[in-house]
Write a protein that binds this ligand. Structure first.
Ligand code: PLP
Length: 391
């Protein structure tokens, strides 16, 4: 229904009542039904900090120099998580904006080249958006049998026109980590910008490593890595919007700089897409990183991985479905040799489960809002679905 703006407004209570009834149809995280999203219910403390900073505008850093300093500190903490405490960057609107900023910088730094970017076919569609906006041509590189970017294919695809290579640390579909060391060698050999999309994995892999797992190199430890996307509004438990872009050095970030002369706080250079942008997001990320620390996030990641193992064991016990691959992160792909997986997804959705459907598998993401009882319930419904389809 289209609404028109009333001449005289309604009392707050009436609007709130209406709002409550209007929003009833949305899924909620605490229902346990959202098993296909990389977002989650924001941490209570981050909500609290966010609300305290609603009026902060990081687009005008002269007015909000204290909030701007906290953004810098948040970037420092994210940098230290990713082996580079002196990284430059911003808390942005999400992984999409972060990936666009990275390719924007790569394009501007590679002045004389024609504009090709190598991405694995598993890369997030934000790279399609980035390519479209920036006039770049994406070269989609095939995967190996472990669903990682195929290094031989990547090597073959490099030309004098290549301005960037993208590796993913925690793919959207299966949570796979690309071979970043090998990509780095190619990038350094050919003097090409290497961006790592760790929008999801950036808040999981470092803690998995601290918990004793064997984690492949993916961050600034790898010498060729120029920039990394890492999203606090995914496994970082921060309120939306909160993405993160980190650059290895200031020159890379400055390559996308635009001067904004008119601001009340004094002229400045922006190195983001947005002008006016949320200080509350950055301050909430700062507050939450300070509050949870490494220990807090290790707890979150450890719990999600234990629940992921429970889901994996359950799937193995259901005849008719199987795992697409052994999960590296808290992302599970469910496939079937017996049924059309689209029909399985359709039936699960009909039963009220919000799962994601990829071309040959269903994706389940075990985010912090997921409880053991939700997994148990989901496995029962999955088993029932398979039995029903078998007839
Ligand atoms: C690996 C990866 N990169 C980038 C994005 C885009 O993030 P956002 O939706 O925050 O823009 C996603 C989203 O799921 C993702 O999985």
């Amino acid at each position: 229904m289209r609404m028109k703006l009333f001449e005289k407004g309604l009392p707050e209570r009436a609007v709130l009542r209406k709002l409550e009834s209007e929003l009833k149809e949305d899924f909620t995280y605490d229902s346990g039904r959202i098993l296909g999203s990389m977002c989650t219910s924001p941490h209570e403390f981050a909500r609290h900090v966010y609300m305290k900073s609603l009026e902060k505008n990081l687009g005008d850093p002269g007015l909000f120099c204290a909030a701007t300093q906290l953004e810098r500190e948040a970037i420092g903490m994210l940098g230290s998580l990713l082996s580079h405490p002196n990284a430059y960057g911003h808390i942005v609107s999400g992984g999409t904006e972060a990936n666009i900023l990275a390719l924007w910088a790569a394009r501007n730094l590679a002045k004389n080249r024609q504009r090709e970017v190598l991405v694995p076919v598993s890369a997030h569609c934000s790279f399609d958006k980035a390519a479209n906006l920036l006039g770049l041509k994406l070269i989609k590189v095939k995967l190996n049998d472990r669903f990682q970017m195929n290094i031989k294919e990547a090597e073959k695809a490099v030309t004098e026109n290549t301005v960037a290579i993208v590796g993913v640390a925690g793919t959207t579909g299966l949570g796979v980590v690309d071979p970043v060391n090998e990509l780095s060698e190619i990038a350094l050999d050919h003097d090409i910008f290497l961006h790592i999309d760790a929008a999801f994995g950036g808040f999981v892999l470092p803690f998995l490593e601290e918990l004793g797992s064997n984690v492949p190199d993916f961050d600034f430890r790898v010498p060729g890595v120029c920039s990394v996307t890492v999203d606090p509004h995914k496994m970082g438990l921060a309120p939306i919007p909160a993405g993160g872009i980190l650059f290895r050095n200031e020159e890379m970030m400055r390559s996308i700089s635009t001067n904004v002369p008119y601001l009340a706080g004094g002229g400045t250079d922006h190195t983001t897409i947005l002008g006016t942008r949320s200080g509350a997001s950055a301050v909430a990320v700062w507050g939450l990183l300070m509050h949870l620390g490494r220990q807090g996030y290790r707890g979150v990641v450890g719990r999600c991985m234990r629940l992921t193992s429970k889901l994996v064991e359950g799937i193995r016990r259901i005849n008719g479905v199987n795992l697409k691959t052994r999960p590296t992160l808290n992302i599970v792909g469910i496939t079937s040799n017996e049924f059309d997986i689209e029909l399985v997804a359709e039936e699960l959705r009909r039963m009220g489960w919000a799962v994601s459907l990829f071309p040959s598998y269903i994706r389940v993401v075990i985010m912090p809002h997921v409880e053991p009882s939700h997994i148990q319930h989901f496995l029962q419904d999955l088993k029932e679905t398979v039995e029903k389809l078998r007839g």
